[in-house]
Design a protein around this ligand. Structure first.
Ligand SMILES: CC(=O)N[C@H]1[C@@H](OP(=O)(O)OP(=O)(O)OC[C@H]2O[C@@H](n3ccc(=O)[nH]c3=O)[C@H](O)[C@@H]2O)O[C@H](CO)[C@@H](O)[C@@H]1O
Ligand SMILES: C=C(OP(=O)(O)O)C(=O)O
Length: 420
């Protein structure tokens, strides 16, 4: 097993390019199941969740060619419309093959993903959506077993905003007979990127990026080409990493609008940030203090940056109150930050962080999930001495070459084998 070793105290500076978005690439890759032939993608990040998606698509009779960040998916009818537990348990997003398989072939057998470190994460809204579109669904032996003739357009009202639920609804509705209206739809940039690809395949969709999306089902879709949108969560992670070291860092190839909730919060703290068409810079400063933050669906502050922002707040002057509004158990990083010397009191979904500049000292810490891993790496950049972040297979699920990117900005960081 590998870990990441960070020697704290280096000031980051310079510029770095952001990779393609994991959370946009995953649904888009599953949407290929909607049309036979060869789909071509650029800017696909090289990370473990993409490898897991590749395995699942291969099991569904797709041929995959990858060359760096380019990827071709050649789709033809699978023998079994099935996503097995062994593949799904590695990646919750596998539930996203339910909509495409059902829409295309009228049947699907998809393993229930189960809970994960950040919460119970049920898929009831995905299942209800398929029922609304006319599918018969049973849950048997841990699998969602769905059957239908052609799906029928319907009114879908989500009682809570769900990114994956909206994506599955879109991928099912594009081939349904008639019109589907999704209300209280997720507005995340990753949902918009999926719509861009579905539209390139011939789908009729309006309203993406708003809370009402209308889909007129078509009889057939065709393969297309697409460049995956920039990863706003990776961009935000790198920006916070620069800020915690008091450095001046520019993040290139990103979409600044997608990061406005973060840059607004950073400005509230006293950081200066500048945005161009596709880059954001945070200026070097030591004069900043803490602020409160609450996570909520886009365009509010993303839950996927909560842990990294908490690492930053441990170094702030003053107290910050961090409220996690999406997942019930997304404070697993708190105890590890406390092991580095942070003063944080968590209570249910609220954490009070009493910041102290220079108050962290390096230790061995355990990553519990993807963004918790990034949080601990960021804390390590500010801690005195050496921080070793263990269990970085979580990090590798969703970051492309994070330690190389940080090293290129001047961090003293390396990946080591635990036995080394
Ligand atoms: C692969 C991917 O894109 N992952 C992102 C996606 O996850 P994911 O799509 O799983 O998250 P959702 O937006 O669906 O979850 C939002 C909330 O709804 C709940 N819920 C969801 C579905 C359902 O059927 N029933 C239900 O109760 C969840 O438990 C959670 O409390 O959006 C999350 C919220 O921005 C991000 O943190 C994840 O990084
Ligand atoms: C929680 C995340 O991903 P997933 O939904 O794939 O677990 C994430 O990207 O932070």
């Amino acid at each position: 097993m590998q870990s990441i070793k960070v020697v704290g105290g280096r000031t980051l500076s310079g510029s770095v390019d952001v990779s393609g978005s994991k959370n946009a690439a995953l649904p888009i890759l599953f949407s290929t199941l909607l049309a036979d032939g060869t789909h071509r993608f650029e800017n696909v990040p090289q990370l473990r969740d993409i490898d897991s998606t590749e395995l699942l698509l291969r099991a569904l009779n797709c041929q995959i060619e990858r060359n760096g960040n380019s990827m071709q998916v050649t789709v033809s009818r699978p023998e079994k419309m099935e996503a097995q537990y062994d593949l799904v348990r590695k990646m919750r997003a596998s539930i996203l093959c339910l909509g495409p398989l059902l829409a295309r072939y009228g049947e699907a057998r998809v393993s229930l993903p189960g809970g994960c470190a950040i919460g119970s994460r049920p898929v009831d809204l995905h299942v209800q959506t398929m029922k609304r579109l006319g599918a018969e669904i049973e849950i048997e032996e841990g699998y969602v077993i769905a059957k239908t003739r052609r799906l029928q357009g319907a009114q879908i009202l989500f009682d809570k905003v769900t990114v994956g639920g909206t994506e599955n609804a879109l991928m099912a509705a594009v081939l349904a007979r008639g019109t589907t209206v999704i209300e209280n739809a997720a507005k995340e940039p990753e949902v918009i990127d999926l719509v861009h690809y579905l539209r390139a395949m011939g789908a009729q969709i309006e309203g993406e990026g708003t809370s009402v999306i209308t889909i007129d089902g078509v009889d057939e879709l065709h393969p297309a080409k697409h460049r995956i949108v920039a990863d706003r969560i990776e961009a935000g992670t790198l920006l916070i990493a620069g800020a915690i070291t008091g450095g001046a860092v520019t993040i290139n190839q990103c979409v600044p609008l997608h990061l406005q909730a973060l840059t607004d919060k950073m400005q509230e703290c006293g950081f200066t940030t500048h945005s161009d068409a596709n880059s954001i810079t945070v200026d070097a400063t030591d004069e900043w203090s803490g602020t409160d933050v609450a996570t909520a669906p886009y365009p509010a502050f993303p839950t996927d940056l909560q842990a990294q922002f908490m690492a930053l707040m441990t170094q702030a002057r003053g107290t910050s109150v961090i409220t996690e509004g999406i997942f019930e158990n997304r404070f697993m990083h708190v105890q590890e930050l406390v092991r580095l010397g942070a003063n944080i009191s968590p209570m249910a979904q609220v954490a009070v962080v009493r910041g102290k500049r220079g108050g962290l000292s390096g230790a061995s810490v355990m990553a519990t999930d993807l963004r918790a891993s990034a949080c601990l790496v960021i804390a390590g950049l500010a801690a005195k001495g050496v921080t070793t972040v263990n269990r970085i297979y979580h990090l590798d699920r969703g970051y492309e070459f994070l330690e190389r990117k940080l090293a290129s900005l001047g961090a003293e960081i390396e990946r080591v084998s635990e036995s080394a």
